[in-house]
Design a protein around this ligand. Structure first.
Ligand SMILES: *Cc1c(COP(=O)(O)O)cnc(C)c1O
Length: 399
């Protein structure tokens, strides 16, 4: 329909450096967790300024491992946001704990006021999610955690590159127990599949490292390399969450590009904001006070009373114009699996449900060209032009 080919919602940005490192790994004879995983961890630790970083097979593994290592289990409650990917909540359920949802605030992130209202004697932890790279109000969340003696595990799947009060999420200034990152294919940096958990506690790091590999006292490098020794002991029923060196090879080079990626994302987000600034049909995503938003997502909010179509139709109109979009996220209470937990009136989240109806995530990634960005702007404006709600005065004039 339009003069451009399909612009996908997301594409990874993989260069020759990543490809060469993967090939070198394949030729090296060492494929599983080894020196490349260690290099990726060291680079991540130095970039974010955290004390300990542990590379894993996914962001979901990072969340689950942090909860398990904090001994959160049956009878415990964990508070999180309804506007997140299912994995945040499933990891709580995998531990045998009960998820409790606190509604969102104006910025789309979990509302600290609502968190406090959800606390019960069983509450053990809070999992805030930095939606789209916009940091949560960590000062308020840490204050609550301190007063009620709760652990904070940050879901930073969107927040590599995010700065809060000048520091990276998970830096030494952080009062959180652990921070979980994802390197899934669509994330700001990717290892195809992968994740990282960081912590400033050496004992928690040691527990997570052991749990990430069958609860064994030694990993493969410390058994099979020339530095190794065959003997190990199983200390608890662990998981199989380690990252392979093939995946870590990608991460080493993706991480080197993070500042450049965030710079392009920020510039593109600014262009979107400027192009849509005078359109009453939209509300722009917040930039973030005291913060550097990493702009993992550009979440446009529709003012539905100004449009004659729904969000679903808006997305379909963009698809017809060769633009891929997404929705972040379908609120947790709307998924059938979580229904049994939603009977608890504490889980009612009217703001999240209303927010959801308005959301469209537009393409935003460094491998997109400015021409493609302008094509998205043009298509979005065209959809609005042909689908404006008739205003009351116009309707009156038409009579
Ligand atoms: C992607 C994502 C996850 C899960 O990460 P995986 O690496 O896919 O397991 C968790 N939380 C949020 C908010 C995410 O976007």
């Amino acid at each position: 329909m339009e003069g451009h080919s399909y612009i996908p919602f997301n594409l990874p940005d993989i260069g020759d450096e990543e490809i060469d490192e993967v090939v070198a790994t394949l030729r090296s004879g060492w494929l599983t967790t080894g020196q490349r995983a260690a290099r990726f961890e060291a680079a991540f630790q130095s970039y974010t300024g955290c004390r300990q970083a542990l590379a894993l097979s996914s962001g979901t593994a990072a969340l689950h491992l942090a909860l398990e290592a904090l001994d959160i289990g049956p009878g415990d409650e964990v508070i999180t946001t309804p506007i997140t990917f299912c994995a945040t909540v499933s990891s709580i359920i995998h531990c045998g704990a009960t998820p409790v949802l606190a509604d969102i605030g104006e910025d789309g992130n979990i509302d600290p006021v609502c968190i406090e209202k959800r606390i019960s004697p069983r509450t053990r932890a809070i999992i805030p999610v930095h939606l789209g790279g916009l940091p949560c109000d960590m000062a308020a969340i840490w204050d609550i955690a301190k007063r009620y003696n709760l652990s904070v595990i940050e879901d930073a799947a969107h927040a590599i590159g995010t700065l809060w009060r000048g520091c990276h999420i998970g830096s030494l200034e952080s009062l959180s127990a652990a921070v979980a990152y994802s390197f899934y294919a669509t994330k700001t940096i990717t290892t195809a599949e992968g994740g990282m958990v960081t912590t400033n506690s050496d004992s928690l790091a040691a527990r997570m490292r052991c749990l990430s590999l069958h609860g064994m006292s030694k990993d493969a490098w410390n058994r099979y390399s020339d530095k190794g020794n065959w003997y190990y002991e199983v200390l608890e029923a662990g998981y199989k969450y380690n990252i392979s060196d093939v995946h870590a090879a990608l991460g080493i080079h993706q991480l080197r590009k993070i500042e450049q990626f965030v710079a392009v994302r920020t510039a593109y987000a600014q262009i979107y904001k400027e192009c849509f600034a005078d359109m009453p049909e939209f509300e722009m995503p917040p930039g973030g006070n005291n913060a550097r938003n990493a702009w993992h997502l550009f979440i446009l909010r529709l003012n539905l009373d100004k449009l004659s179509i729904t969000r679903g139709q808006f997305i379909e109109e963009l698809r017809r114009r060769n633009i891929g979009t997404s929705v972040h996220f379908i609120p947790i209470p709307l998924h059938p699996f979580f229904a049994p937990w939603m009977g608890d009136p504490r889980n009612h989240c009217p703001r999240a449900l209303a927010f959801y109806e308005r959301l469209v995530s537009l393409p935003l990634y460094p491998s997109m060209t400015v021409d493609q960005l302008q094509a998205v702007v043009k298509a979005v404006k065209a959809v609005v032009r042909s689908n404006r709600a008739m205003s009351v005065s116009m309707a009156g004039a038409a009579l």
